[in-house]
Design a protein around this ligand. Sequence first.
Ligand SMILES: Cc1ncc(COP(=O)(O)O)c(C=O)c1O
Length: 421
Amino acid sequence: MNRKFVSRRRFLQSAGVAAVAVPTSVKGYTAAEMSAFGPDRVTALDISTDVMEQNISKWELDTPALCVDLDALEANLAKLQLTATRNGIASRPHAKTHKTPAIARMQLDSGSVGICTAKVSEAIAMYEHGIDRILMTTVNATPYKITRAMNLRKWCPEFIQATDTPGNARDLSEAAQAAGLVADVVIDIDSGGHRTGITPGQPALALAQLIDQLPGLQLRGMLCYDGGSQHVQGFETRRTRTLERCAPATETYDLMQQSGLSTEIFSGGGTGTYNIDHETRGLTDIQVGSYVFMDAQYLAIGGATDAEVYSDFETSLTILTTVLNAQYEGLVTTDAGAKACTINQPWPIVKGETGMTYRSGSDEFGTLRYDDPSRTYRLGDKLEVIVSHCDPVVNLYDQMYAIRNDRVEAVWKIAARGMSA
Ligand SMILES: Cc1ncc(COP(=O)(O)O)c(C=O)c1O
C-alpha cells in the first residue's frame, strides 16, 4: 500500500475524529461580524465573554475560515516546553508561523525565553501588540529596513537582529550610532544550505570580532538554523544529518568562547529536530515554529516513536470550507481553493476522513474526490481540512478563530499577516 496513504490513515485514526460533514449552517457569521467580538484581543487570558455568551459553533462561521483548536494548541505548547526543559534547553519559538500576538503571548507565558521573527515588519507588529523579547533571524539588508530596525530597538531593548557580513555589520553600527543607541546582534552561521549566514569557522569568528569592535553594536551570540534537515524523512536520518550540519557551528561557538566573545545566545533548530537539537553542544534555544499547528508536510516525516506519522504534536490548524457543488458522484467542489489553502503539497487532508483526496489548485475552488458511493453531500455542507503548510496559509487570513469543543472561544487578529517586508 502507498506509504503516504498509510500515514494519512494512521494519522486520522490516531486523531480519533468523527466524520465531519455537517448540516448546512443556519447563520454563517461573517469575519466582520465575528470581528466585533474582539479581533484585537492579544492575550490568551483575554477571552471575550461576549463571544462565550454568544456560544457560537464553529460550524456557523462563514467560510473559508481559519480555525485553531485550543486544546490541541495548548497541548503542543506544553509538550514542547516539557521536552525542552527535560533536555536542558530553552525555547524561542518562531512567530513567522502564526503571526499572531495572542499565540506569542501564550508561548512566553508557557516558558519561552522570547520569540523569533523573520521580518522587521513582523517584529514591529509583535511589539505593537505587547511582545517585547524578539530575535529577528533574517538580515536587514536595505537602509529602510535598517532604519526601521533601529527605531524598533529604541523602544524595545530586547530586540536583537541577525547579521552575516562585515558590510552589513558596519551599516548596522553606523545606523545605531546615528539613532543614538547600541544595537544588539547575533551572527547568522550558514548550516551548509548557503541560503543565509556566514561560513562557520574563521570567517564567522572574524565577523564576531569585528562586531565586538564596532561602536554601535553589541554582540549577543549566534544563530544557525538548519532548515534543510527539518523535513528529512525518518527520525534517525534526520538526527544524523542535523547533528553533522550543526557541528561546524559548535566549532565556531568554541572559537568565539576562546576569543572571549559573547555566546550568550546560540539559537537554532525547528519542529523537525526539536528533540535532537539539545545534542548540538552550545545550543541555547530552539526556534521551533510549526509545532504550534502542525501540517500535512510535517505529518509525513515520521517521528522517534512513530515512523510513519510525525505525531509528536497535534494538528491544531484547520480551514473550514463549504460545499458549493455536489451534483456529481464522487466529486464535490468547495469554496477553499488556492487563495484559502495555497497550492503547497502534500495537499490539505480532510479531517477525520479516509478514502478522500482534496485539491486546492483552483483559485477559489477546492475539489474533493471520494470513493464511497454511499456518501452524500449537499450544497452548503461544511468540511474541515488540515492545512498543507501552516506558515503561508496563516498569511492568507486576517483573523483566526480559537475553538474549544467546537465553540468559538476567541477571535485572534493575525497582526503580522502580510508583513513580508
Ligand atoms: C530561521 C528559521 N528558524 C526557525 C524556523 C521554524 O521552523 P519550523 O516551522 O520547521 O519549526 C524557520 C522556518 O522556516 C526559520 O526559517
